[in-house]
Design a protein around this ligand. Structure first.
Ligand code: AMP
Ligand code: ZN
Length: 487
């Protein structure tokens, strides 16, 4: 296997990737908080890690990819203040919190599928791992790094920092971090300004709460990822990822929790994706500048000039390195759509390309350049430049401006298959429309049978057909002009 280098946030260096137990790789990515729809910024992070996962698998690793679902314990403020976001939404929509969780988890999966993201190997939920979180909190208390005040358990950051380095992930000293945090008031329960809640005491009217050794309550946000990553990947594992916005608090606290328990750094490589911005401002749920993927596909948003295809958007994301910010603009998306079409057209041309007897280009070297780009911290923009070079060669060979051998054609086919489809996770959009066209024909065939049954007054059969279509998720509309359907 060729060496793979990746940028480690913890050491602030590009390092050669050496898994603990090759060919196994443990990869944990912080997943969505399912109290609302994911926006395009969230999607950028999940698409980037999908590409990283795909490349690790492509070069021969056996990856256990864990991406959690945060479905409890998420307060509005980063500092353990405010309402539980799930309970607030449930009250607003007058439903159970678990209905909120279900609705947005299903929506999240639909979006991931639209972008052709592979499902993770394990997708654990916070509410499904309350026992593990309680056990871990007990361990942190036993090790002397947490204290209980009125049923709430706080992590003692200053005490922890005497033995370990709390700000190591962001390269900040404790004093600097303390300066940036507001003074405690008489109302605060916690002892130190940076202390954070591991378990939060809940009032009887709190909708989502569980019994614990400290009374009824719910877990703090950070403990779920420590508990679930160690359960599925071990106390020390290879790669932990998420958006850069998680570095300073969520991931810093994850390291502290795990290290307090095991006295070992939990993760060898920390990887962070940079933010998707709109006019320079970070796209976020709270700022309200987030497009939902559905709005992006239909174009139904004031900032959008038209609808964009999921693969055009995925290609747009691949054109910037995951570690750089990516600013949304209609022009950039339209340019990406054109580039994506150009790549797909050249792939079609490649299928009918005639082999010559001589080689004008070194295609093997081009293939190696694609690997070199990916081995250099998953550099997809450089990879795409090489893929456009492949497209140029294909088109020139087709126009008889240069010649390629059968070997060259086979290597070019491998380049497209491996890098465009397997690693970048792009797929031909026409495959979707072909499937829809076939489905349309099949449904109309079934509707014709139903119409015949109606004409013959065989109503039990016509009703049965309609009911079965409804069960399958197909909604039928009968009009004078005929019947139409939608899913
Ligand atoms: P959340 O559902 O808010 O917890 O976020 C899910 C994931 O999306 C986390 O890894 C975040 O770091 C990431 N994320 C949030 N906003 C953005 C953004 N504007 N650009 C890229 N990633 C983001
Ligand atoms: Zn997390």
């Amino acid at each position: 296997m060729q060496p793979l280098f990746l940028y480690n946030t913890l050491t602030r260096k590009k390092e050669e990737f050496k898994p603990i137990k090759p060919p196994l790789v443990g990869l944990y990515v912080c997943g969505p908080t399912v109290y609302s729809d994911v926006h395009l910024g969230n999607c950028r992070t999940f698409i980037s890690f999908d590409m990283i996962y795909r490349y690790l698998v492509h070069i021969g690793y056996k990856v256990r990819y864990v991406r959690n679902i945060t479905d409890a314990g998420h307060l509005e403020g980063d500092r353990d203040e405010g309402d539980d976001k799930f309970a607030k939404k449930a009250k607003l929509e007058q439903v159970e919190p678990m209905e909120i969780v279900q609705k947005y988890t299903v929506g999240f999966h639909d979006v991931m599928q639209a972008f052709n993201n592979l499902p993770p190997s394990i997708e654990p939920t916070a509410t499904g791992h309350i026992c593990e979180q309680i056990e871990m909190i007990k361990e942190i208390i036993a090790k002397g790094f947490a204290y209980v005040v009125d049923g709430t358990v706080y992590f003692d950051v200053e005490k922890y920092n005497k033995d370990f380095s709390y700000g190591q992930l962001t390269n900040r000293k404790l004093e600097e971090l303390l300066e940036g945090t507001r003074e405690l008031s008489g109302q605060d329960e916690k002892r130190g300004r940076l202390d954070f809640a591991l378990w939060i005491n809940a009032k009887p009217e709190t909708l989502m709460r569980w019994p614990s050794p400290w009374g009824w309550g719910f877990p703090g946000w950070h403990i779920e990822c420590s508990a679930m990553s160690s359960k599925y990947l071990g106390d020390v594992f290879d790669i932990h990822g998420g958006g850069m916005d998680l570095q300073a608090t969520h991931h810093t606290n994850e390291i502290a929790q795990s290290q307090a328990c095991n006295h070992k750094a939990p993760v060898n490589y920390w990887m962070h994706t940079n933010m998707l911005t709109v006019n320079g401002a970070r796209m976020s749920k709270s700022a309200g500048n987030g497009f939902l993927p559905g709005e992006l596909f239909t174009g139904d948003h004031p900032l959008l000039e038209k609808g964009y295809s999921p693969m055009g958007v995925r290609f747009f994301m691949m054109q910037t390195h995951y570690h750089s910010t990516l600013d949304f603009s209609n022009e950039a998306l339209q340019a990406s759509e054109k580039g994506f079409e150009r790549l797909m057209e050249s792939h079609n041309t490649l299928q009918t390309l005639k082999a010559g007897t001589t080689s004008s280009e070194d295609i093997k070297a081009l293939q190696q350049k694609c690997y070199d780009a990916m081995n250099d911290d998953f550099n997809t923009p450089i990879l795409i430049a090489h893929l456009f070079e492949a497209a140029r060669i294909v088109n020139s060979a087709n126009d008889n401006k240069l010649t390629v051998t059968q070997n060259d054609i086979d290597t070019l086919k491998n380049i497209y298959q491996h890098f465009v489809f397997d690693v970048m996770g792009l797929k031909k959009e026409e495959e979707n429309s072909k499937t829809t066209a076939v489905l349309d024909k099949v449904i109309h065939m079934v509707l014709d049978i139903r119409n015949k049954a109606k004409v013959e007054k065989n109503f039990p059969l016509s009703d049965e057909i309609r009911n079965k279509l409804t069960d399958a998720g197909v909604q039928i509309k009968d009009t004078k002009e005929g019947s139409s359907w939608k899913i």
